[in-house]
Design a protein around this ligand. Structure first.
Ligand code: DC
Length: 219
């Protein structure tokens, strides 16, 4: 029997996060933003915490809360969400995520997000490695140019100015790193449904996905 899980994998700014939030709300499932865990991991490592201590620090000092803007991350009492969402943290996360130690350390933590209620998990290897027995696996893609445009809007909304050409280049570099790394490369699981959202609105992607959940979860 398959697990009550929807995995949504894909490259950065493909719209996974938005889709995951909407689908989790629609199905009444819990949510795991695994990229955020990699960002927290990279952030703590850059604060000087050794690999062996990071999971303990996450369990003790890090709190994840949901509000209208999405997930808020606190380190003790400090809100570190803004730092975590920066492109520099994304780059550091991409780099540290290629290490076996990082991936092994985060594996159980990610699996611990499973709830009998159901789970929507978004990331790069949710369907291939972390939850291979998930009932529904989606791989969401879009061209680097479209994703850079979406990321630019997102960053501008947060008051961060960005250079479009540099952003496209960053996205391509990060894709290349995520796709060609030896461990858990960014590839669709064999049993995943691939959606190219380049020419689709977020509403179209959502409605297509709801048709898939209807089939798998009868919801
Ligand atoms: O989804 P994101 O942009 O927040 O992810 C940041 C980085 O973390 C991404 O470049 C690669 C890494 N990551 C990963 O290796 N595996 C995951 N399941 C999620 C993220």
């Amino acid at each position: 029997m398959k697990d009550n899980i929807v995995t949504i994998d894909g490259p950065s700014a493909s719209g996974k996060g938005t889709l995951a939030r909407h689908i989790a709300k629609y199905l009444g499932f819990e949510i795991l933003d695994s990229g955020l865990l990699y960002r927290v991991y990279a952030y703590l490592y850059d604060c000087g915490i050794e690999h062996a201590q990071i999971i303990k620090t996450i369990n003790q000092d890090i709190t994840f809360k949901s509000d209208d803007s999405g997930i808020v991350v606190l380190k003790e009492k400090n809100n570190i969400t803004y730092e975590l969402r920066k492109e520099s943290t994304a780059k550091a996360a991409s780099k540290i995520s290629a290490l076996l130690e990082t991936r092994e350390n985060l594996l159980l933590l990610q699996r611990g997000f499973y709830s009998p209620k159901g789970l929507v998990a978004d990331g790069r290897d949710m369907g291939t490695v972390v939850f291979p027995n998930a009932k529904l696996k989606i791989f969401l893609n879009a061209s680097p140019e479209i994703r850079a445009k979406r990321r630019q809007l997102e960053l501008q909304n947060r008051g961060q100015e960005v250079n479009m050409l540099a952003l496209i280049e960053d996205i391509k570099q990060r894709d290349l790193k995520d796709k060609t790394r030896k461990l858990s490369p960014l590839i669709p699981a064999n049993d995943s449904i691939v959606i190219d959202s380049s020419e689709m609105t977020p509403e179209e992607v959502l409605s297509f996905t709801k048709k898939l959940t209807k089939k798998e979860f009868n919801k």
